[in-house]
Structure formats: structure tokens, C-alpha cells
Design a protein. Structure first.
Length: 94
């Protein structure tokens, strides 16, 4: 994840981290950079997990898993599925 995103996230500036991720996601999609899009979706999922916004985190993990599957990135698909499983174990019942 981008160092600026991590820096803002680590001091609780989730809104600024979210803004930076939104910019990255727009750029990745505009440039059709699937690898960058995947990394950014994972960044969103991580941010929302840390913020305790589990429903949003789950949605982003599911989107990232779908993209990883679509582009044939099996290692990322497995890692993201594991990350999602961890979130599901701590998230309140849906």
C-alpha cells in the first residue's frame, strides 16, 4: 500500500487515507491497471477493517477476490480469501 495511505491510516486520519485510495482507484481504472486496482481494493478493505467498518471491508475484499479471479492472480485470490475469513471471524453477525 502507498506510504502516504499507511501514514494517514496509522494516525487515525481515515478520511484522508480514503481520499488517497479513491484517487488511486480512479487512476488504476482509467489506465486499466488491474494490478494497481487489485492492490487498491485490498487497501480499502484493510482501511475499513482497521476502522471497524466490517461490512465495507467485506465488500471490498469480495470485490478484490473477484478481480483477482478475473485476472488469474491465484496467489492474491488465496491471500485475500484468507484476509476475508479473518474479518468474518471478528465482524458482528450480519
Amino acid at each position: 500500500m502507498d506510504g502516504r495511505v499507511v501514514a494517514h491510516q496509522s494516525v487515525g486520519r481515515f478520511s484522508r487515507a480514503q481520499d488517497l485510495l479513491e484517487e488511486r482507484l480512479e487512476r488504476a481504472r482509467r489506465e486499466t491497471d488491474s494490478a494497481q486496482e487489485l492492490q487498491t481494493l485490498r487497501g480499502f478493505a484493510s482501511l475499513y477493517t482497521i476502522a471497524g467498518e466490517y461490512d465495507a471491508a467485506i465488500r471490498f475484499y469480495e470485490g478484490a477476490i473477484a478481480l483477482a479471479r478475473e485476472i488469474g492472480d491465484r496467489p492474491s485470490e488465496l491471500r485475500l480469501s484468507s484476509d476475508l475469513a479473518q474479518v468474518l471471524t471478528v465482524a458482528p453477525e450480519r
